[in-house]
Design a protein around this ligand. Structure first.
Ligand SMILES: [Cu+2]
Ligand SMILES: [Zn+2]
Length: 187
């Protein structure tokens, strides 16, 4: 009888050892992966009244940054959307966000021969019910803080939606009118 008890205890010990090994292995696998994992972050979107109207998930992709924009309560239609140079969303006009993010010293607009800003993005469409659910990937920026075109530079950056669509050519902001939504992108 004592012998069986001994074996049972040995088995228990062995199972524990195996479990310990598994745990150690998982930890060892987790740590280096965490260091390399694509960076991602979420940014709240505010309207001119300072109310939260949505969010943007930004994820570092192989080439550029992938955006998933979710918003509601906006006026339907085509709207300009850009990255601006500073993470400062001071309602109601969001002037603190500054000009378009432009580390390359270009002019505004995809149709401008001297363009375009790294912060320029294609117009988005707000649906008839006032919502936006849109994914965009831009190769012009990065979340890697050590690069010149990083959205996460010293003063961060902002994502701004305007009342009108971007004409893709008028310097410096595409004739896109007032800033109606803003989100601060910062570390
Ligand atoms: Cu803008
Ligand atoms: Zn621009």
């Amino acid at each position: 009888m004592k012998k069986y008890l001994f074996i049972a205890m040995m088995c228990l010990f062995a199972v524990n050892l195996a479990a310990c090994n598994l745990f150690a292995k998982e930890e060892a696998e987790k740590i280096p992966v965490a260091a390399e994992v694509s960076k991602s972050m979420e940014v709240d979107l505010m309207n001119a009244k300072g109310e939260k109207v949505g969010m943007v998930a930004l994820t570092q992709a192989d080439k550029g940054v992938h955006l998933h924009i979710l918003a509601e309560g906006l006026e339907p239609g085509k709207k300009a959307i850009h990255f601006h140079e500073t993470a400062k969303c001071d309602a109601p006009k969001f002037e603190g966000a500054g000009s378009h993010f432009n580390p390359g010293g270009k002019e505004h607009g995809f149709k401008n021969p001297k363009g375009y800003h790294a912060g320029d993005l294609p117009n988005l469409t707000v649906e008839a019910d006032g919502t936006v659910d849109l994914e965009i990937t831009t190769p012009e920026v990065t979340l890697n803080a050590s690069e010149a075109n990083s959205l996460l530079d010293a003063d961060g950056s902002a994502i701004v939606i305007h009342e009108k669509e971007d004409d893709y050519k008028t310097n410096p902001s595409g004739n896109s009118g007032a800033r109606i939504v803003c989100g601060e992108i910062k570390k």
